[in-house]
Design a protein around this ligand. Sequence first.
Ligand code: RIB
Length: 301
Amino acid sequence: MFDYDLLVVGSANADLVVGVERRPGAGETVLGGDLAVHAGGKGANQAVAAARLGARTALLARVGDDDHGRLLLDSLRSAGADTVGVLVGGVPTGVALITVDPSGDNSIVVSPGANARLAPEDIRVAGSLLYASHVISAQLEIPLETVVEVVRNLPEDSRFVLNPSPPRPLPTEVLAACDPLVVNEHEARVILGGALVSEDPADWARLLLAKGPRSVVVTLGARGALVCDGAEVTRVPSPEVDAVDTTGAGDAFTAALAWRLGAGAPLREAAGYAARVGAAAVTKRGAQESYPTAAEVEKLR
Ligand code: RIB
């Protein structure tokens, strides 16, 4: 029996968000709306999303001993996530500078801060946390060598889920551990090294699977997702909603997917549930503040 359904190893950022009519070009200044500060970061987002759905969740991350770090710890704890693995101090908390346009689409620049100091040694020290977790998920806002260390320390009966965001080429040993590798269209292009033979995302799913993961999920935003764990690629739809802010919706999708897979759901069914969680998340502003409870997901059919 595992203590945690999901252990997230990843980043925690304060999201500094400004609404804009349009993004500035190089050398240009535009005026935006009022600044909002939200709890974010791809790792902390996943942990909050899973905990709010009811998963027993822990986060392994690093934040600074500052107001942004406290904002993140408060958000995690109020969602019910275990922060025993959140290391505090030494360097400032990571910050994400985010613009959101009227369609709800975002652009993000991350200053990693403490996230860049989550080291392979921290993974070795947290061995008991890994062994207490059924599913372990990671992203790439922490050093790649730290993610490699996670893969090298995976307990035998665990499952590893990776969203390689922001994307970069991945070592074979990391790809081989993914079950699934979860990518959006942009991430798929980078992982495939620009070697896209077609504009059909189903082909990308097959090509990604050939690189070694046990399964692949390609997220397509409002168009749902593609899942592939064999020759067949299956489309999973997403409910139609009015998007106000897409920030962190992919993190909520991945967290929900990882949790349902750990609970024994087949890939397609888990992705269908995750698509509903992601759709709910885009209907509210911010990342963690937008995440639904399981009861709210049930209403979204
Ligand atoms: O995926 C959304 C997240 O990306 C934001 O919360 C921001 O912190 C960046 O990490």
